[in-house]
Design a protein. Sequence first.
Length: 184
Amino acid sequence: MDIHTFEIDALLLLKPHRYQDERGYFMEAFRQSAFDEAVGRPVRFVQDNQSLSFKRGTVRGLHFQSPPHAQGKLVRCTRGSVIDVAVDIRRDSPTYGQHICAELSDANGCQLWVPAGFLHGFSTLEDDTVVQYKCTDYYAADCEGSVIWNDRALGIDWGLDKAQPILSDKDATAPRFSDFASPF
C-alpha cells in the first residue's frame, strides 16, 4: 500500500497495490495492521456505509459528527469517481479552516482517511457513483452537523461544471462556516 500525506496533518491518501492480468485485478482493500501503522495508532471501525448517487454533480456534505460520537472515516469510491473533500475543524490546529481535495475512483483505487475533527463531503464526477466508507463510531443523529458545501470562505473546487449541483435539503440549508462553532 502506498501512503501519501497532505499539508494538513492527520489526513492520509492510501493506494492499495493492484495485481492485474488479462482476467482483471486483485487488491487487498483493507488490512487493519497496515492501516493502524499508517495512522500511527490503533483504529477501530464499527460501521460501514455506502451511498449511490444517480447523477453526476451530486454533492454530499460537508458533514461531521461531534463528540461523544465523533467519527473518523476511511472513504473509497467503488464505482465511478468523486472529488472527496476534508476540511480541518480542529480549533487549535494551525490549518483550521483549510481543506484538501482528492479524486477517488474505481479506476485509481485510492482511499482517503478523514479522522474525527474534519468536515467531510464529496461531489460525483460520473452518473451511478458508489462511495463506501468505514466509520470509527456509530451514526448518532443528535451529534450530526454540517456546513454549507459552497461557502466562499472555504474556497473548495468541487470539480463541478456550470450546472447546479444536486443537493439534499439538509445540505442546501446548512450554516455558513463563519456561523459554525466547532466542537473539536
